[in-house]
Design a protein around this ligand. Structure first.
Ligand SMILES: Nc1ncnc2c1ncn2[C@@H]1O[C@H](COP(=O)(O)OP(=O)(O)OP(=O)(O)O)[C@@H](O)[C@H]1O
Length: 265
């Protein structure tokens, strides 16, 4: 049988995807409607939109946890079929094992994927060092700050060398300074890993500071309102880029679009 997957297929494709939830009482919620998106290999995209519009739903469709009601989602040219080991996730809540030390938490991924102990722990030590936690390798999550726990989460994710990284409000529980540091750290890790990122956030400035393109969704049922190219140079330092003239222009332009969708009932 020939392999019909095109070599140049985008990392992620949504083709006219709709997603509808049926409640036990039979009522339907349409979370996404006729949504199309392409994310290139190595591209960083951010998704913004009003609360409850369907941003997280897009991520669940990429993971295969949800199936589209209509349309198709493809990864590297192939229709999504179940959990894909090429995908890594970082969510708002920490996905760390509280009873395991930092090092054990970071080694868990490779061990789970079948690596030998020496290899898994060698790699984990390297990643713990890369995220600046070498002195905390034997600490437990409750002994760490929120920012440090996020670093553990990044090490846990990047150690698996994901080709696709899905992030759902990963830094929203952090204070402003820590959040900025984590954004820079993520950009640095991503520039070395060369995977594709889909980053869901409420924070428009965070989206602009980090992404190559920002997808603006409408209020529910979410459909694509507009896509913005973020033509700011890289490498970026997120705390500094906010003062760039072009950054301010983009913020103003995208916010004008987003404001129309954010209603206070
Ligand atoms: N499994 C589900 N069953 C029923 N309804 C769901 C389910 N998952 C999501 N929804 C509904 O679909 C809509 C979109 O949810 P989603 O979490 O994707 O929005 P969001 O834009 O990420 O929200 P927020 O910005 O508040 O995080 C919401 O109205 C939500 O209640």
């Amino acid at each position: 049988m020939t392999n019909t997957v095109p070599q140049d297929a985008p990392a992620i494709e949504f083709e006219r995807v709709s997603c509808r939830f049926i409640a036990p009482d039979g009522s339907a919620t349409v979370a996404l409607r006729d949504f199309s998106m392409r994310v290139g290999k190595g591209e960083f995209v951010a998704i913004v939109g009003p609360t409850g519009c369907g941003k997280s739903t897009t991520l669940s469709l990429i993971t295969g946890l949800l199936k589209p009601s209509t349309g198709e989602v493809r990864l590297m040219g192939k229709r999504v079929a179940g959990i894909d080991p090429r995908i890594g996730f970082v969510f708002q809540a920490d996905a760390v094992f509280p009873w395991r030390s930092v090092l054990h938490n970071v080694a868990a991924g490779p061990l789970f994927r079948g690596a030998g102990r020496d290899q898994a722990y060698g790699l984990a030590e390297e990643w713990v060092r890369k995220v600046g936690l070498a002195k905390f390798a034997n600490h437990y999550p409750h002994q760490l700050s929120g920012g440090m726990r996020k670093r553990v989460a990044l090490a846990q994710t990047f150690i698996n060398n994901p080709q696709i990284l899905l992030m759902d409000e990963p830094f929203s529980a952090l204070d402003m300074q820590t959040r900025t540091l984590m954004q820079d750290e993520l950009l640095q890790l991503w520039s070395q890993n060369a995977g594709s990122v889909v980053f869901v956030t409420h924070d428009l400035e965070e989206a602009i500071a980090m992404a190559d393109r920002v997808f603006v969704l409408t209020a529910r049922p979410a459909t694509l309102k507009r896509v913005y190219e973020i033509d700011l140079p890289r490498p970026r330092v997120t705390s500094e880029i906010r003062y760039d003239k072009r950054f301010v222009e983009l913020s103003r332009e995208i916010w004008a679009d987003l404001r129309e969708e954010v209603h206070i009932d």
